[in-house]
Design a protein around this ligand. Sequence first.
Ligand code: AMP
Length: 118
Amino acid sequence: MTEGLSGCVFCRIVAGEAPAEIVHETDRIIAFRDRNPRAPVHVLVAPKDHVDSAAEIGPEHGDMLAELFVVAAHVARAERVAESGWRMVTNTGPGAGQSVFHLHFHLMGGRSMGWPPG
Ligand code: AMP
């Protein structure tokens, strides 16, 4: 299901070809606001290089994932949810609700969170 640059909306955001409100980026990671926020803070944190989903993660992605979580914690602090608490979730596969097949983590905060997620 790997899509090229032209077919993947998150690859287009990374390339600057589609609009997004980017809140933070590094050489490898981009964080931008979800266009349909489900919480007061709802930021998507993704690798710039295309990976379809968590199901495709391998040992070669270790450094990238560490950086992604460092970026997430930075964004949580910048968005002022570090103390109140925040959640990171990645939907993997259509049955789990994945609709964009470029690996991304939903960073959500600013309201109380139910468990388990629906
Ligand atoms: P998922 O359904 O887990 O794959 O999450 C995809 C998320 O991407 C959804 O929450 C969408 O609202 C969000 N989304 C889709 N397209 C865009 C876009 N162009 N800019 C920002 N967020 C987007």
